[in-house]
Every structure is written in C-alpha cells, then in structure tokens.
Design a protein around this ligand. Structure first.
Ligand code: AMP
Ligand code: TRP
Length: 325
C-alpha cells in the first residue's frame, strides 16, 4: 500500500494540520510505504516573499521530523526538486475540464481572499495536486476534510486518463479522520483553523507554554457556561472539547462529565495544561533539529533521490501511452 500526502510551506504548522493530517501519517508509516512532500509549488500560487518561502520550507521539514515522520521509513522531499510534478501537471491539464477547476471550493475561497492576484496557477492548483498523488501510484491520501474535494478530483482524472489512454494510474482514495478532520480557529470557531488566518487563530506545534496558555484562555467561547459538545449551538466549546479529547485520549462524553458544573475558565486552564504537556516533545525535538541543518538537508536530498526513481518510472508509462516518444 502506498500513502502520499503533503503540506504547503506557508507558515507555522498548527494543531489543525497535526490532528487532521500529520498524526495519521505517523501511524500509517508503520504499515505502508509513505511519501510525504513539502509542496512549495502550491505555496507560490498566493502572494509570497522568496526569502520567507525558503525559510518556511526548512521549518516545515523540521516540523515533519519533530512530529514523528521517520526518514528511515518514509520518503520526505521538496516538491520543486522533482520536475516530473510539473511535467505531469501539464499533461493532466489536457484531461481535466476547466469547469471542474472553477467549481473547487478552495479556488473560490482563495480567489476571494487574494482578489488582486488570481493567477492561472491558483486555478490549476488541483491538477498539480493530482500530479503529486498519481506520480507515486498512491492508494491512500490522508488529509483533513478541506482536501476531500481535491482528492476526489484526482480520482476522477486518474479514471479519465486510464479510460482514454490505457491504464497507467492507481485511483487514489482519501482518508479523512472521523474526529479532528476540521479543527476550527480559536478566535473564530466558525472558520477553519488556518495559517492564513494568523497566529491568533491557531496553536503552532512549537508555541511556548505561555503562548499556548494565552491563546487557550482567550479562545472565543459561546454564551452560557456549560461544557457541552454541540457544534451548532456551541461551536467554540465543541472545538475545544475536540482538541482536548484528541490530545488527552479521553472521550468527549467523559470530558463533559468531568467538567460538569465547572465553567469555561476551569476547562480552559486544564486544556492549556494538556496542550503544553502534549506538545513538549515536539518543541524539544525541534530545538535539537534546528542545530542540525546539514542532517535535515541530507534527509531531503536522500528523499528526493528515492522519490525521483518512482516518479520517473510512472512518467515512462505516461509518455508512452500519450504518444509522446
Ligand atoms: P495546508 O496547511 O492547507 O497545506 O494543509 C495541510 C494538511 O492539513 C491538509 O491535509 C489539510 O487538510 C490539513 N488541515 C489544514 N487545516 C486543518 C484544520 N483546521 N483541521 C484539520 N485539518 C487541517
Ligand atoms: N492542497 C493540499 C493542502 O492545501 C496540499 C497538497 C498538495 C497535497 N499536494 C498534495 C495534499 C497531495 C495531499 C496530496 O492541504
């Protein structure tokens, strides 16, 4: 079984990325061949600073490793280092209807958010994502809920290509967690926690204890004072309950019982403690890795070498079937 997934190097990796994606990658490593990528070519579809991007790529690599991606088991690399991604993206673009791209929720949202920079790359973003996935003959794509639509499109494109040219690609399936697939922003529980909403919306994997405490204590909650899971009426507390449950391993039911009659402040103080303790190993591992720049670079180089072999082999089949010889 082949697993593939990626994250954009657009800023700090937060607990939404972790609970929705990375935590499951770490589990999947034990039983599947995994390929994890830092998708820098996706990150440049919104305005960015080249110097900052370079730093973010390195920081994202460190985040993967600190969170438990094992370079002995999994392939880890930076997307732009393997030209087959852009090559396949172009070829698949000739199979994908423009209408399918215009329908994508992420495209609609980002073109609203970055009105002055709606570039063709932003529209073609899901084709590049499809190329990422299909190049490695991927069976499973572990992602958060927001990526479901993109993985479905990848599946459709694979099927269309295979029907028209003959079978080259595996049709990938998404794997979305039952709980934690959409962690909401701390300062606005009606919106998804995201890097682009700014640091107040998220807790980074590497936030220091006092930052974690401050963010949790000021997280937006709901009218009333009961600790009860009800995403419609109580989106703020429900989101915090989900986070608490996933980091502590206690069920939401049990947490509701434990905090019965105790009020928001008590609950938040306890959640801050859980988060500070759970994220401590990540902070420690990151500090170690920051001092070993060459080691991290070597992991990425090795990953590129291993991935390149897989990507090149898929491309031979694609070119042949498409008559590009
Ligand atoms: P991105 O930061 O957009 O590159 O997302 C990287 C991965 O994290 C993808 O699998 C997303 O689906 C997942 N993800 C991003 N934000 C959240 C969130 N708020 N809750 C759960 N998963 C998320
Ligand atoms: N679009 C994904 C996101 O924003 C990142 C991504 C790019 C990805 N290529 C991928 C995820 C391939 C899974 C598989 O989160």
């Amino acid at each position: 079984m082949r697993v593939f997934s990626g994250i954009q190097p657009t800023g700090a990796i937060h607990i939404g990325n972790y609970l929705g994606a990375i935590k499951h990658w770490v589990e999947l490593q034990k039983k599947a061949e995994c390929v994890f990528v830092i998708v820098d070519l996706h990150a440049i579809t919104i305005p960015y600073q080249p110097e900052e991007l370079k730093k973010n790529i390195f920081d994202t690599a460190i985040a993967y490793l600190a969170a438990g991606i094992d370079p002995e088991k999994s392939i880890l690399f930076v997307q732009s280092q393997i030209k087959e991604h852009t090559e396949l993206c172009w070829l698949l673009g000739t199979v994908c209807p423009v209408g399918d791209l215009l329908r994508m929720t992420q495209y609609k949202e980002k073109s609203k958010q970055f009105k002055r920079m709606i570039n063709a790359g932003l529209l073609n973003y899901p084709i590049l994502q499809t190329a990422d996935i299909l190049l490695y003959q991927t069976d499973i794509v572990p992602v958060g809920k927001d990526q479901l639509q993109h993985v479905e499109l990848a599946r459709t494109i694979a099927r269309k290509f295979n029907q028209r040219f003959g079978k080259v690609f595996v049709e990938p399936k998404s794997q979305i967690p039952k709980i934690g697939a959409k962690i909401m922003a701390l300062n606005n529980p009606k919106k998804k926690m995201s890097k682009t909403l700014g640091p107040k919306s998220y807790i980074s994997l590497f936030d220091e204890p006092d930052e974690i405490k401050k963010k949790v204590m000021t997280a937006v909650t709901d009218p009333g004072k009961q600790i009860k899971y009800d995403p419609q009426k109580k989106p703020g507390i429900s989101n915090l309950l989900t986070i608490y449950s996933l980091f502590s391993g206690k069920s939401i039911k049990k947490l509701e019982k434990d905090f019965k009659g105790r009020g928001y402040e008590d609950f938040k103080r306890s959640l801050a403690k859980v988060l500070i303790n759970s994220l401590e190993p990540f902070r420690r591992k990151r500090k170690e890795l920051l001092a070993r720049e060459v080691y991290v670079e070597e992991i990425l180089n090795q990953g590129t070498k291993r991935a390149k072999i897989l990507a090149a082999s898929t491309m031979i089949g694609v070119r042949k079937k498409m008559g590009l010889v």
